[in-house]
Unconditional design. Structure first.
Length: 112
């Protein structure tokens, strides 16, 4: 029963995740606003697929259900912070900033 609950809810992890978990909304409004391209861009930039973690353990990429910010789609959530009206340039800037800091400014509340 514990495994069933842990695998049902996205906030629980059954394997290690990165220090910075990037969750991109993949529901209708976000996908119509370019979330698919954003997910692909992040995947290529970090050289990981959805559900994977970078070799250095910094980033995990997830495609998730509605983040309840449809009016500012496409949207991603990192830690407890929303990033809205995403573009590839905005995503690059955020990821580059987190890499330059040596760690994410957002500690994953669900890690450990």
């Amino acid at each position: 029963e514990v495994y069933e609950v842990a695998t049902f809810y996205s906030m629980f992890n059954t394997k290690p995740v990165g220090n910075c978990v990037i969750e991109v909304c993949q529901t209708g409004p976000c996908m119509l606003s370019g979330a698919g391209e954003i997910i692909q861009h992040i995947s290529e930039k970090l050289n990981i697929k959805v559900g994977e973690t970078t070799a250095d353990g910094k980033f995990t990429l997830r495609a998730v259900e509605c983040l309840a910010a449809c009016g500012t789609a496409p949207v991603m959530m990192v830690g407890d912070e929303y990033h809205e009206n995403l573009t590839n340039e905005k995503v690059d800037s955020l990821i580059d900033h987190w890499c330059a800091c040596g760690k994410s400014s957002h500690v994953n509340p669900y890690k450990d």
